[in-house]
Design a protein around this ligand. Structure first.
Ligand code: G6P
Length: 481
């Protein structure tokens, strides 16, 4: 077995500066924790990669690399940092990635701001990744490229090194053809051809895979058979691999004394009150305004819950130099102020709002303390918060209210599934969650937990890597024939 090379826009860590001191912080997000849990698992040890490398854009200047490299020594991954000119990065990241692909793929075409120079920068950064990687690639490497920021990279690598093994995983939805086709002609066919440089293409759900295959057919005229595509004399597979979480880590989190203490503190603080909890990155896709409207409606429709419930709403800062994000923050904060101002009493405030990154112990304690989690994105590739909440319920209590438009809804059928824009439906679901009998809560949670522990994140990584080897084996068989 050769080396494993993970490639993503972000490196698995970011740098904090405190005076002259540099400290490394693990990047948040599902990918880093998925890969980390996998690397520490027996499955990874059994596979026996000779080395593990991770390439991504550095969030620190090149002259700090020596200091950073020293701090990294002894870690699981050898890091390949890419240093990108700030202006080019801005057009690639804020521009094409997050003001074109992100809104379009999440069904917000009205927020798409296509500009030709954004796309040029996207090509440049993908090319810079290719130029950095091509000289270091070895024939038995397993390369795994992640997400919408790097859709052109598989083809760029394949052109130079036709025999490489490349997997690509899309962590966000792939939209229906009718939306994807609205991209400029050259750009949409280049994105598809770019991804088709892979051997295996992974999506969270069956629908996203089907949308991709339909776009490949309509735009490139390339047919597929079930999940197989025959393109430029090469077999490629597009299949579904719903990402999961480190089930055990969340399920056992409250055994930790610090988490237990924090849990007790929350419970004491809100004694006699039910707790509803949500945590999301600040993003218009997360449906925060609709969620607040639904909570407002709930308090009006069910006044008996006043003073008996609190909604702990944690928003994690994200992409805060993009206008669509900063505007949203102001609107949300205004709405929270209006609701709290309208019905708070001297001893009760309905919404406890925080705009911050949550340390793991606090997050785990909040998951455990919450009587209900309210997770209502307008679109979401998967949504790992929903899975984390279910896994954290060690007493098998708690109710998940989940948007039917999150990828996770495909697997978490025992949640109260709602249309996130229907504030009447959501407010009824809140009432139902808070009055649900204990046995029903337990029944629902147990079924979902079973599913999550059967297919955890280690299985997700292993499954993807196994399928990637299988595709390579099938390609070889085809060549022999
Ligand atoms: C989503 C994307 C990831 C991205 C993450 C955080 O989960 O699928 O690719 O890394 O959001 O966003 P950011 O722009 O901060 O990396």
């Amino acid at each position: 077995m050769g080396r494993l090379i993970i490639i993503s826009n972000r490196l698995p860590f970011s740098i904090d500066h405190e005076g002259d001191q540099l400290t490394l912080r693990q990047s948040s997000g599902g990918l880093v924790s998925a890969i980390k849990s996998y690397i520490e698992s027996d499955s990874s040890k059994n596979r026996g990669f000779t080395e593990k490398l991770w390439a991504g854009v550095a969030d620190f200047p090149q002259n700090e690399w020596t200091v950073v490299a020293e701090k990294l020594s002894g870690r699981d991954f050898q890091i390949i940092p890419l240093f990108v000119n700030k202006l080019v990065y801005k057009d690639y990241y804020n521009g094409f990635s997050n003001s074109v692909l992100w809104p379009l793929f999440h069904y917000f075409p009205n927020l798409v701001e296509y500009q030709a120079h954004y796309y040029d920068a996207y090509v440049k950064v993908n090319r810079a990744f290719a130029d950095k990687l091509i000289p270091v690639l070895q024939p038995d490497d397993t390369i795994w490229i992640h997400d919408y920021q790097l859709m052109l990279l598989p083809e760029m690598l394949r052109t130079e090194r036709p025999d490489i093994t490349v997997g690509f995983f899309l962590h966000i939805p792939f939209p229906s053809y009718e939306l994807f086709r609205t991209l400029p002609t050259e750009c949409k066919s280049s994105l598809l051809k770019g991804v088709l440089g892979s051997d295996l293409i992974g999506f969270h759900t069956h629908d996203y895979a089907q949308h991709f295959l339909q776009s490949v057919k309509m735009i490139l005229g390339v047919d597929s058979n079930f999940h197989n595509i025959q393109y430029q004399d090469r077999l490629i597979k597009a299949d579904l691999f719903p990402i999961s979480i480190d089930y055990k880590k969340f399920n056992k989190a409250c055994d930790d004394p610090e988490t237990k203490a924090y849990y007790r503190e929350i419970k004491n603080n809100f004694e006699g009150r039910k707790i509803i909890f949500s945590v999301d990155r600040l993003d218009y896709t997360k449906g925060l305004m609709d969620r607040l409207n639904a909570f407002d409606h709930f308090l009006e429709q069910y006044p008996e819950w006043r003073e008996k419930v609190v909604f702990i709403l944690n928003i994690v800062p994200s992409r805060d130099d993009i206008q669509a994000y900063t505007e949203r923050k102001q609107q949300i904060e205004q709405k929270i102020g209006t609701i709290n101002g309208k019905i708070s009493t001297i001893t009760w405030q309905p919404i406890i709002y925080r705009y911050t990154h949550l340390p793991f112990t606090e997050l785990a304690a909040l998951y455990k303390a919450a009587d209900a989690a309210l997770i209502t994105p307008l679109r979401d590739g998967m949504n790992l918060v929903a899975k984390e909440y279910v896994a954290s319920s060690s007493g098998k209590r708690g109710v998940l209210i989940l948007s039917e438009l999150a990828g996770a809804a495909n697997e978490l059928n025992e949640a109260l599934l709602v249309n996130p824009t229907d504030i009447i439906e959501v407010s009824k679901a809140i009432h139902r969650a808070l009055t649900m009998p204990q046995e029903e809560q337990q029944h629902r949670i147990t079924l979902m937990q079973q599913r999550l522990s059967d297919y955890d994140v280690i299985k997700w990584v292993s499954d993807f890597l196994d399928q990637l080897s299988n595709v390579k084996a099938e390609q070889q068989k085809q060549q022999v024939k």
